[in-house]
Ligand binder design. Sequence first.
Ligand SMILES: Cc1cc2nc3c(=O)[nH]c(=O)nc-3n(C[C@H](O)[C@H](O)[C@H](O)COP(=O)(O)O)c2cc1C
Length: 361
Amino acid sequence: MPELFEPGYIGRMRLKNRILMSPLHMCFTMEQENAFLIERAKGGAASVTAVLAVSDQGAPQGMNWMNEEVREKLRELAREVRPYDCRSIVQLFHCGRNCLPGRLAREGASPLAPSAVPSPLYKNMPRAMNREDIQEAIRQFADAAAACREAGIDCVEVSCSAGYLLNEFLAPHTNRRTDEYGGSMENRMGVPLEVLAAVREAVGQDYPVMVRLSGDSMVEGGYGLEDMKVFAARAEKYADAFNVTGGWHESRIPQISQDVEPGSFAYLARGIHEAVHVPTVACNRINSRESAEAVLAAGGCEFVGCGRAFVADPAFGSKIRAGLPYQECTACNVCLKQILFNKPAKCAVNPAVGREYLQRV
Ligand SMILES: Cc1cc2nc3c(=O)[nH]c(=O)nc-3n(C[C@H](O)[C@H](O)[C@H](O)COP(=O)(O)O)c2cc1C
C-alpha cells in the first residue's frame, strides 16, 4: 500500500505525495481561482485542479470556459504551482442539463442533454442534443484539452460525474435516445468514449489524462458500480487514472454532508480499481491524515482526493505532514450552497477563501 507522503505517478506525471486536491468549481474569476489554487499548491497538495467548461454553452454563469484570456491564465497557473513541486490539472467540464434556468454563460442558450429530461434539482428542461451538437461537444473537449497542453498544464481530467453532460449519457433515466447513442450500455457509453478518444488524440499518447466518475449514480433509474466498471474498462484505453467520486447531485443519499463517514465512498474507487490497470483516486470526506491513510491502507486506490479540507485550510497537506494543527472542514457546505446559486464560494471557517488574490503583488 502506498504511504501518504511517498511520490506516485499518473501516466508520466510525477506527484510528490498521494494527496490530490479535488476539483472545486468556486464561481471565481480566473484571477481569484489561480491565487486560490497557488495557495493550496504552497500548502502541500501534490496537484491542484482548475475547473473549466469546454464552452460557454456548457458553463453555468460564474464558471470560466476556454477562451484566449483563460489560456493566458492557465499558463500562469502552470508556471506558478511548479516551484512548489505541485502539478496543475484542468478538469474539462460541460454542465449538460444541470444549471439554473436561464443561467448559462451563453445568453439565451438552452441547456443541452442526451434527452429532454428535466433536472430534478434545477427544474430545467434541456434540449436533446442532435448529431451536430454531439460532434461539436466532442470537438470542444478535444480543443480544450489541446489548449491545456499548449498552456503547460500537466494533465487534463474529463468530467464524467455527478450527473453532468457526459455522465448523463451513461444513465438510462437521462439518456432515452433511440439512436446509436441510446439504449444498451454499449450505446450509452458511445459519446463519453468518443470524447475520450478525441481528447487522447488531441493531447497525444504521452500526456496524462484522467477521468472523473461517479462510481454509482445513486439515483433511481440510473446506473450502478458494475456498469461503471464496464465503462472504466473501456475508457482505460484513453485514461491514465480514474478519479472516483460518489453519486449524482440529485441523489437522496448524502454525498458530502456531515452524515458521511470519512472515506466511506472509497469502496467505489476500489470497485473501479478491480476493472482497470491504472491508478484510482478515492474521494469524499477524506479530511484528515488518519482518514487519508486508512483509505490508502484499505487498498484499491493509489491516491486520495481532498477538496474542502484544502478550502478550510490551504496548508492542509503540509500541516498534516508536519503533525501541526489545522483548520478542519466541518462539512457545513456553505461553499456548495453558494455555488448551486452561481455565487462565489465562501467558507464558514476560512474567510480568506476567494480573497487570496488580494495578497498577491
Ligand atoms: C463547492 C464545491 C464545488 C465542487 N465543484 C466540483 C467540480 O467542479 N467538479 C467536480 O468533479 N467535483 C466538484 N466538487 C466535488 C469535489 O471535487 C469533491 O468530490 C467533494 O467535495 C467531496 O470531497 P471533499 O469531502 O474532500 O470535499 C465540488 C464540491 C464542492 C463542495
